[in-house]
Write a protein that binds this ligand. Structure first.
Ligand SMILES: [Zn+2]
Length: 110
C-alpha cells in the first residue's frame, strides 16, 4: 500500500478516491475515522490520506489525479497577460490595471 495524497480537506480526498475507484483502482482512505475528532489545530499526521492498495497502481493513480486536479488551476484563477500592453495582471482584476483592456476569455492568448 502506498500513500498517494493527503489533504486536510476530506472532500478533496474523497473526490480523488472516487476518481480512482471509477478507474478500477483499489484505494483506501487512512485516518478517515479521525476526521470527526479533528481539533481546531489540524495535525498533518492525522489528515485523511488516500492510498492505493496495490503498489503497481501507484503511477497510474498519480497520473489520473494529476489530470483531474489540473482544472483547479484553471486560467481564470491565474494571473493573466494583457494582450495589449503585455503587463501581467493579477487574477482578481477583470481588466488590465495599466490600460483597462478587459480580461480576455479563458483559453485565449496569455
Ligand atoms: Zn494592458
Amino acid at each position: 500500500m502506498k500513500e498517494l495524497f493527503c489533504d486536510r480537506d476530506y472532500t478533496r480526498v474523497g473526490f480523488c478516491q472516487s476518481i480512482l475507484e471509477q478507474e478500477g483502482i483499489k484505494t483506501l482512505v487512512r485516518n478517515q475515522d479521525l476526521v470527526g475528532m479533528m481539533t481546531e489545530v489540524p495535525i498533518p499526521a492525522f489528515f485523511p490520506a488516500l492510498c492505493v492498495l496495490n503498489d503497481e497502481d501507484y503511477d497510474r493513480a498519480l497520473e489520473l489525479l494529476r489530470a483531474h486536479l489540473q482544472p483547479d488551476e484553471n486560467p481564470s484563477d491565474a494571473d493573466w497577460h494583457c494582450p495589449k500592453c503585455e503587463e501581467d495582471v493579477p487574477a482578481t482584476f477583470d481588466s488590465c490595471w495599466a490600460c483597462q483592456t478587459p480580461k480576455p476569455e479563458a483559453g485565449t492568448v496569455r
